[in-house]
Design a protein around this ligand. Structure first.
Ligand SMILES: [Zn+2]
Ligand SMILES: [Zn+2]
Length: 78
């Protein structure tokens, strides 16, 4: 699984799993603003920076996939 870094390595601004970010093949991670400034070239390894696929987590996605009986048990517990 891809390690999702939570901070831009250049400006230290925080990056959420679902926010726009760029990574190189060594998973150096930068925000899109820094990547643009660096011409999409990683300053650590010289590699190309590509947009990181977003990872969305949370109840919405899980409940969409969960069978109806699990949803029912969640509802009664609440
Ligand atoms: Zn940055
Ligand atoms: Zn790199």
């Amino acid at each position: 699984m891809l390690t999702m870094k939570t901070k831009c390595e250049a400006c230290r601004s925080s990056l959420r799993n679902d926010s726009a970010a760029t990574i190189c093949s060594y998973v150096c991670t930068f925000c899109s603003a820094c990547a643009a400034e660096m011409d999409n070239q990683c300053p650590n390894c010289g590699g190309e920076l590509c947009a990181r696929p977003r990872r969305t987590t949370g109840a919405v996605q899980i409940s969409r996939r969960a069978p109806a009986r699990i949803l029912r048990s969640l509802r009664t517990r609440r």
